[in-house]
Design a protein around this ligand. Sequence first.
Ligand code: NDP
Length: 496
Amino acid sequence: MHRFEPCLNFIAGEWREPSTGQYGQNVNPANGEVLGLWARSGPGDLDLAVRAAREAQASWRLVPAPERAKVLRRVADLLRDRKEELARTLTMEMGKVIAEARGEVQEAIDMAEYMAGEGRRLFGQTTPSELPDKFAMSVRAPVGVVGIITPWNFPIAIASWKSLPAIVAGNAVVWKPAEETPLLARAFAQIYQEAGLPPGVLNVVFGDGPVVGEAMLDHPGIDVISFTGSTETGRHIASRAGANLKRVSLEMGGKNAITVLADADLDLAVDAILWSAYGTSGQRCTAASRVIVERAAEAELLARLVPRVEALRVGDGLDPSIDVGPVIHEEALNKIDGYVRIGVDEGARLVTGGRRLTEGPLARGFYYAPTVFAGVQPDMRIAQEEIFGPVLSVIAVDSFEEAIQVNNGVRYGLSASVFTRDVNRVFRAMRDLDTGIVYVNAGTTGAEIHLPFGGTKATGNGHRDSGQAALDVFTEWKTVYVDYSGRLQRAQIDNN
Ligand code: NDP
C-alpha cells in the first residue's frame, strides 16, 4: 500500500489511466520509500491530450482575458490555502528542505497573482500611421497549444512560470512533468481544475521524456515548446522541434560563480555562498558552483567558509533543523561523486566533504557531504561542467579583470554575483558579466517572479521565463491597420 494514489493523466478535465497500462515508481530521496506510482504513458495518450487542448483552446481564446485571469486568482488562493501540504509533499518527493519547499510554493502563488494582473494588461502598442485617416496598432494573440516540459528540481515553480502566462494569454497547455515529481504536478492540475479552468485548457501527461516528451516535439498540434532542464536535452529539443517549425523556449544549465573581491564584506559573502552553493543540495540551475576570489582574500574566505560548510546539518528535509537534504536519486549521487574524483585527479585540493553520507538513517537516502575544493584552475572540468550537487570550487585570481574573465570563461551564462564595496567595479561587473542575471552583494539564487529569468550562451536560446518577457514566448504579435479614409492609400509611396 502506497502513501499516495497513483498519478493519472489529466486529459480534457478527466483523470485517465495510461493506454499502456504501465506505471513508474515515485521514490522519496530522503529514505527510499516508494510514495506511489505515476502513469507511464505512450504517444497515444499524448495525442488525446493535444486533441483536447486544441478543442478547448478554440473557445478559451475567446474568453476575455480579465475573465481568464479570475481563474488564476482562484489558483493563487487555492495554492495559498494548501501551501503547507504542498510544501511537505514537495519535500517528500524531491528532497529540498521544508523552508525551501515553502518558498517554492510561494513562488507559484506570486506568479499566479502576477499573471492574473496580466489579464487586465496584456498591453499592445498603438502608434501613429504615416497615412491620414488610418489607425495602427499591435496586439498580443495566443499562439495556440503550448507544450511544457519541466524538470524535478522546481516541480511547481517552473510549471507555474510556464503554464500561468500561457493560460492567461489564451493558450491551452499540454504538460509533461518530470518523472521524479508527479505528485506536485497532479496537485497543481487539481488546483487548476478546482479553480474552474475549463476542461482541456490544461492537460497533464505523465511519462518518460524520450517517449512522451519526444512525441511532443513531433506532434503537429503543438505550436510552442517551453522546456527547462539539461543543455543536452534542450539541444535535442531545439533541433527536433525546430525542424518542425515550432517555437522553442529553453532554460538550461548553469555554472554560476560568486566573485568575492578583496574589499568585500566577507561574512556576508560566506552567508551568500552557503545559501547559493548548498541550498537545494546544489541542484538549482542558479546554484553557485564556483567562487572566484581575489587572492588577497582567499585564505581568510576559506577560513571563515569551511567551518560553516562542515556545520551544515544534512538529513531529511522534513526536519526543520536540517540545512541540506538528499540529492534526487542514486544516479545523481554517482554523477556528483564521479565529478569529485575527477577534481581530485585534476589536482584540485579537496578541503572538506567529497563523500556519500551513509551514517544511520542517511544510508536509506541519497545524501552527499557538502564539499569544497580549493586551488581549482578555471579550465578544470569541475570548474567548467554542471555538477548539480553540493560541490563548490574555489578559484583564486589576481585582479577584478581576471575575475570577470574567469566568470565568463564557461559555456553557460545564467547567473553571476559580485561582492565588493567599490561602486565603480559594481557597474563594470553589471556591464561585463556575460549572464542573464547579475546579483550585487547577494548570492546567485533568489529570482523574483516579475523579472525576466534566463541566460546567455548554452543556458538558453534567447527567450526568458517569468516577468513580462514570458508573454513573448506565449503570444504572437498581431499588427492591425484600420484605414478609415475610404480610398486606397499606399504606404511608402503616397507621401514620398
Ligand atoms: P533532463 O533535461 O533530461 O530532463 C528534463 C525534462 O526533460 C524531464 O521532464 C525529462 O523527462 C524531459 N526529457 C528527457 N528527455 C527528453 C526528450 N528526448 N524529449 C523531450 N523531453 C525529454 O534532465 P534530468 O532530469 O535527466 O537531469 C540531468 C541533468 O540535467 C542534471 O544532473 C543537471 O545537470 C541538469 N538539469 C538542469 C536543470 C536546470 O534547472 N538547469 C534541471 C534539471 C536537470 P523525464 O521525466 O523522463 O526525466
